[in-house]
Design a protein around this ligand. Sequence first.
Ligand SMILES: [Zn+2]
Ligand SMILES: [Zn+2]
Length: 236
Amino acid sequence: MPKHRTINVGDKYERLTVLENLGVQPRGGKPKSVYRCQCDCGKTVDVIGALLGKHVKSCGCLNMDNLVRPIPIGTRYSRLEVIKDLGVTTGKGKIYLCKCDCGNEIMSDGDHLKQGFKKSCGCLHSEQAKERGCRALKAMLVQGTNIRRITCKKPPSNNNSGVRGVHWRPDKERWIATIGFQGKRYYLGSFEELKDAKDTRKVAEEKLHDAFVKAWKDGASTQGHSYDNKESDGNG
Ligand SMILES: [Zn+2]
Ligand SMILES: [Zn+2]
């Protein structure tokens, strides 16, 4: 496409007919070719040649017409369906009654609908906000689980087995294996042999870690996995 079009007197660009070449004039600090045009509505305007038929298609009346041009009933804008022309015109076009997919009815001016500013009764926005909230909550849960503690192999000082999550119950004369997850302690079993308790704890660590990662990925609840959280005296 040539950069400079040839604009002749009599040419028509949408509603504008070129009346006269006014020559080069300073516009916005730069010299531009300007043309005097007659709009279909009867007004005369001076337009920069480069804008003719592109950004400028009328004296301005076209924009106003678009603004007040009625939207047919039943037209959809995202979640909104135009159900009634309320017969009121403002600076932003006509006012319409719209029904949202969620069931709410709202009023909107036509301009906001046409330009895509209005897409729902507000439910779309609150859903997006909720989603953001969920993501933030999940991120907090991950922090609350404290991966470092799960993976920390160093036993606390009051532990009598030398293995984190395994302790000796003198009254039962057994090794008890447990694991902590998101503020809860889950019972894994009691064992005669320290090695069995250690092995069970190790397997649980791996499973729990995997389950946690999976739950995180699925966005599912991390509750209700296979470990019994009640302190019982099974032989497992
Ligand atoms: Zn006009
Ligand atoms: Zn809605």
